[in-house]
Design a protein around this ligand. Structure first.
Ligand code: 13P
Ligand code: ZN
Length: 341
């Protein structure tokens, strides 16, 4: 067609001496054209910011979103007073690929880790900064968290993104890295998240119970029926130690060979998992069981001798019905006598 899209008509306005152009849309043609223009700016449904690679911030990446949500949820649960607790995520190769364009032009200098984790050599971790508050992660990610690359030998790290203004990884980073190494091996590489928190009830329990894995595991398993399904290996216990260094990292990772959760006496809890949901859920379950046990004891006049408890045979039954392999070393009778029928 030879129709012009716009007709400019001279119009006289009272009060104005100029001639104003008026825009007349030639209906059908203009409508088609406008749809084309709008379509240039709106992605078709299902095409994410990540896939378009446009106007994207590093915090739009899904692993970042999962991390930030978990840090916020943990803070809202009351598990992170002040700078208490820290969280690390071992990035997948595809996470590193999508995040790399946001990395610093010049990585910061290598810093000795204080421990060695050779199997983690070359890995990238998203991790909380030392002294930083979990409740501030969502509002100011690049200051409160950072991406850290491990040296090939797994004995040093350097910051490649975030931890703005001279930040450094959490003082528990040696424990995080060593736990990642042990749990990755124990789970065929499935474990990606290590989480440290200061939940009230599990800390309180560590004033009360003998500091051994068997006692804690049995109390927690029997506090709530589905605990044995959520942590069938049980929980480990590290006696009171000075936090934030190589010694507590070694002691904790030793326990992590058997358990995916480890109590730090008078301090808190370290847990591990394949993703943010599983890891958050594990800590939540343990803390809730500790809460129930504490309340039941208080209702019981302080005594741990209860009228009703889950029996060891009951725990075995759950193991069979739910098809989970529960840690027999935590149970009271040899498996053969109780299960062979
Ligand atoms: P950071 O501030 O170094 O992460 O320490 C918090 C903490 O909980 C130490 O155990
Ligand atoms: Zn702590």
């Amino acid at each position: 067609g030879s129709h012009p899209f716009f007709l400019f008509l001279p119009l006289e306005y009272s009060g104005f001496r100029g001639i104003f152009p008026a825009l007349i849309l030639q209906n059908a043609r203009a409508h088609t054209m406008m749809k084309w223009v709008v379509g240039r700016f709106r992605p078709p449904p299902g095409i994410t910011w990540e896939k378009r690679g446009m106007d994207m911030r590093i915090t739009d990446l899904s692993f970042m979103q999962g991390y930030i949500r978990m840090a916020t949820d943990g803070a809202n649960m009351g598990w992170h007073e002040r700078n208490g607790g820290n969280l690390s995520y071992r990035m997948r190769p595809e996470d590193v690929d999508t995040a790399r364009k946001f990395f610093d032009k010049e990585p910061r200098p290598w810093v000795p880790l204080g421990v060695e984790a050779p199997t983690m050599g070359g890995a990238y971790f998203l991790v909380t900064g030392a002294g930083n508050y979990m409740r501030n992660v969502a509002t100011d990610p690049s200051r409160n968290i950072g991406i850290v690359e491990l040296s090939a030998a797994g004995d040093a790290y350097r910051i490649v993104w975030g931890l703005d203004d001279g930040g450094r990884p959490t003082s528990e980073f040696p424990t995080h890295v060593m736990n990642h190494a042990v749990r990755a091996e124990a789970t065929d590489g499935a474990c990606r998240v290590i989480y440290h928190a200061h939940p009230t009830n599990i800390i309180a329990l560590s004033y009360l119970l003998p500091l051994d894995a068997r006692t804690f595991t049995r109390v927690l398993w029997k506090a709530m029926t589905e605990c044995v399904v959520v942590f069938p290996a049980g929980v480990g216990v590290v006696p009171w130690m000075v936090p934030g260094g190589a010694d507590i990292a070694r002691a904790t990772s030793e326990q992590m060979k058997t358990f995916d959760a480890v109590v730090w006496a008078s301090h808190g809890l370290f847990v591990s998992g394949a993703d943010f949901d599983a890891t958050f859920g594990l800590l939540h379950t343990i803390e809730k069981a500790a809460d129930i046990y504490g309340r039941a004891r208080a209702m019981n006049g302080g005594s741990g001798e209860f009228l009703n408890t889950i029996t060891d045979e009951g725990l075995r039954q759950i193991g069979r019905e739910f098809n989970v392999k529960i840690n027999e070393a935590m149970l009271d009778f040899p498996a053969a006598s109780a299960t062979d029928n």
